[in-house]
Each structure stands twice: as structure tokens, then as C-alpha cells.
Design a protein around this ligand. Sequence first.
Ligand SMILES: CC(=O)SCCNC(=O)CCNC(=O)[C@H](O)C(C)(C)COP(=O)(O)OP(=O)(O)OC[C@H]1O[C@@H](n2cnc3c(N)ncnc32)[C@H](O)[C@@H]1OP(=O)(O)O
Ligand SMILES: N[C@@H](CCO)C(=O)O
Length: 485
Amino acid sequence: MMDSRSLVDSIYFVDSTHPSQQENKFIGFIPDQRIAIVPEFTLECGEVLYDVPVAFKTWGALNKDRNNCLLLCHALSGSADAADWWGPMLGPGRAFDPTHFFIVCLNSLGSPYGSASPVTWNSETKSIYGPEFPLTTVRDDVALHKLVLQRLGIEQVAMAVGGSMGGMLVLEWAFDTNYVRSIVPISTSLRHSAWCISWSEAQRQSIYSDPKFNDGFYDLDDQPLSGLGAARMSALLTYRSKCSFERRFARKLPDCNRHPYPDRVPTPMTPGDANWVVHNEGNCNRRERPSKSGGSSPESLNNGVYKVPSTPSLSQSTESVSGTQSPSLRRPANTYFSAQSYLRYQAKKFVGRFDANCYIAITKKLDTHDVSRDRGSEDPMEVMKHLTLPVLVLGIESDGLFTYDEQVEIASCFPNGSLETIISAEGHDGFLLEFTQVNSYIQKFQAEHLADIMSQKNASAELEMESLNAQRESVFGEMEDITSW
Ligand SMILES: CC(=O)SCCNC(=O)CCNC(=O)[C@H](O)C(C)(C)COP(=O)(O)OP(=O)(O)OC[C@H]1O[C@@H](n2cnc3c(N)ncnc32)[C@H](O)[C@@H]1OP(=O)(O)O
Ligand SMILES: N[C@@H](CCO)C(=O)O
């Protein structure tokens, strides 16, 4: 096994065409990212990974003291492309200002967006990992990411910021007391709660129960879409709040021009047919209606995706089926609501950009998160009492997943912890939606605790950002360019 310095020196950089991504169709979603190849890395579980890809993006440049790194850590379904999910906070004059900071965002293990995961190539077995990808932890991410930061020449992280899973990484970074100067954990936890573990479990069970899952040995072009879509639907509900759904959808019906009735069904002929249609509406694994004369067709009508309709909306409740006016065939009430079309739309969008095995890998990683694991005490207050760095915790009172009480607890465990509240009815996802508030809290914290870095300015980064915004091209050059400022 290589010593740490040699390991850092042996890391090299490639792009998304690297063989590790040869079957990863999700890599194309993230423009202009770089990939560091770490020759070997031992996971907490003891397994050694070889030629480990770590996808990342950077903005700005490293200063002379190599201590102006602003590290962004992404959430469950995010990627290294922080401009995609925290874009409004990135740019000159904003919290993530590349004229002051060398901003780095690295992709977590298990994500389909470039770092080692079930969809990347295992050079040992000469195939993708699939369900044989090992269990990884938040601590593995932090240890692996540190190697890449060191390879980039970063001597110190000035600030680590992240929400949800990203916040878990940020909390683990806090234990690297000589390397990390300040942190901003947002809507996260010291240890994954029973509530969160249970939601993860329910979502994984949705995937397992999709017949196409096949214990994880599915064809990447024929994913267990209905299971993954159902998992995202229930996850999404935990990311929002009842209040935001009521405000947004209430009992509204979908705009059928924009979000049409999603099923392709045969014209109902009998009351039984019509009832069956209503009963199975939205069942994307539904098979053909068994006819009186024959059995059901073995072919799925929908193949696990939400299809565009050939029948009118059931919201037209006085409409008759088959052109008759039989009262017995009338649908007395609406059964397709705007809230449903939203969930189905979100599920469809998600299954187009995520992988089922990756979803399982990441939710299992979240379940392992516990800052006090193997640190000598089960009491986080005890294991964190020596972490004197400045900490700004951001919480959302409507967050039903990572509750506000948990944010209070995080702030109280750090000797120099403070807590601010993001006002939002949106629930957990508020940290990805309330840009103005998050931005101003972080800027205030930077002014208080990173005055030396805020007083330095790299004017060339301003031009870089303009060109980035205009062309969305990579600002990452060769090593020499990054560290020359
Ligand atoms: C390849 C990649 O994407 S990489 C990673 C992307 N980043 C991440 O995943 C980070 C995490 N991001 C997220 O979780 C989300 O994107 C959030 C929280 C930031 C925002 O969620 P969004 O889905 O964009 O917002 P919102 O909940 O308002 O939904 C809007 C969408 O729902 C659609 N919609 C709204 N109401 C309805 C309805 N009643 N029926 C059907 N669709 C509806 C809108 O048309 C819109 O569609 P669009 O996304 O195609 O524009
Ligand atoms: N909606 C976010 C938040 C998860 O915590 C995501 O999909 O990553």
C-alpha cells in the first residue's frame, strides 16, 4: 500500500471520456467536469478500490497561501456541478465568489455522475460494478476527496458548505481540524435518524419490488424505472411540506394540455372495464385487461414509464364511456389531480437522470452516517467538544426530514456553533430553493470569520466567470494554472 504522500502524487486527471465511464450514460449530464483517478483507496469496510474516479469541478483559483478553498458538498441526487443546483449563489459578489475563493465541488462515491459507483467500470472484473459496488460511507467520501484536494495543491479549506448529505460530509470535514477552517452544515444531522433510515428503507423496497430490478443485475438500458420512480416520489414528499403542496396544488386538476392524462388505455367497454381502468390508472406496470374470452397479455402496457394518453381525462366526470349515457358508467368524482401529475412528472424526470443501484448505494451510505461512530463515545457533544472552528448551522422549521431540532443540536455540539433559520414553507428542499437567504447568511459569516480571504481579490476570476456564464466551458486548466494566482 502506498504512503499518503506518494498516493497524492500519483493521482492524475482525465476527462469524462476515461474508460471508467465507458458504460456510464449519466456522465454526459455534467458538462466540463474533470475526473481525478486515485490509483488505490481503502474503504472503511476494508475493501480496496483501484483506479478510483473522482469527478469534480472548480471555479476561481488558488491563492499564494493555498488556503482559499471553498468546498461545496452536494446532496443525494446532486453532482459536482454546483452551478446546476446552487447557481444563483455562485459568482462575483455572491457567497460562492470565485474572485475570493478557489471553489471546488467533488462528486460522492455511489453517485452516477462520475465518481466510482455502480455505473462505473471495475478494472478488476472488467465490467461495471452494478450491485457489487461496495458499501461506502460519508467518511470514505471525505477521505477520498481530501486526497484530490491535496493533489490540487490545497493546504487548507477555508470553508466547507453543504446541505443534507452534503451537510453530513461537512460535519465529517470538521473533524479534520488542521485542514478545515470553518463549516456551514445545512439541513442535516449528526446521525441519520430512525425516521430518515425508515424513509430510505421504504424507498429501497420500492426499487427491490420492481420485477426489472433483478437483484441489481439489470441492463443499464432497461432500468427498474417504476421502482426508482416510486422511490423518488416518496423521497420528494419528504423533501417538501404539506403546506407547500396545499399552497401549490390543493385539489386542482392538471392542465391537460401541459400535463395530459398519462395513461394509454383501451376504450372501456363494460362497467367492469371502466372500473378496472380507474383502479389501475397510474399503475405503470399494468398489463392488458384480461378479456372475458382470454387471459391477460404478458406484455406490460407501459413498460415502467408514464405514457402520454389516448383517452380523455377522467376529470370530465359526466362523460360517458363508449359514447353511451349509462349512469352506471359515469365517473362521479375526479381521480387525477395536479399533485399526482406533479409527482409522476418528477418521477419521470428523475428516472431519466439517475440509476437504481446508485440510489440504493447512496441511501445505504446515508444510513451509516453517525459522527460519533467509532470515536470513543456515543455522545456527539463529547466527541465534538474539541472542534473549536467557527460553525454556522442553517435550518428550516418546515423540514420534516432533517428537523429543526436536529439543527439546534448540531449548533449546540460545537463550542463555536451558531444557528440561523431559513424561512421557508418548502420543507427540506428549502436549502436548494431559498437562495437569497442562504446566500446572505453565508456572506455575513464569511465577513466575520474569513476577513483575510475576503480582502484578497483575484480579478481574473471575474473574467473567468463571465466566460463560464457565456459558454459554460470548464475553467479548469492544468495544475500550474490553478495554483499560479
Ligand atoms: C443531470 C442533473 O440533473 S444533475 C443534478 C441536478 N441537481 C440536483 O438534483 C440537486 C437537487 N435538486 C433538486 O432536488 C430539485 O431540482 C430542486 C429542489 C432544486 C428543485 O426542484 P424542481 O423540480 O426543479 O422544482 P419544482 O418542484 O418547482 O418542479 C418544477 C417542475 O415540475 C413541473 N410541474 C409543476 N407542476 C406540475 C404539475 N402539476 N404536473 C406536472 N408537472 C408539474 C414544472 O413544469 C417543472 O418542470 P421542469 O423541471 O421540466 O421545468
Ligand atoms: N432534493 C435534493 C435533496 C435531498 O436531500 C436531492 O435530490 O438531492
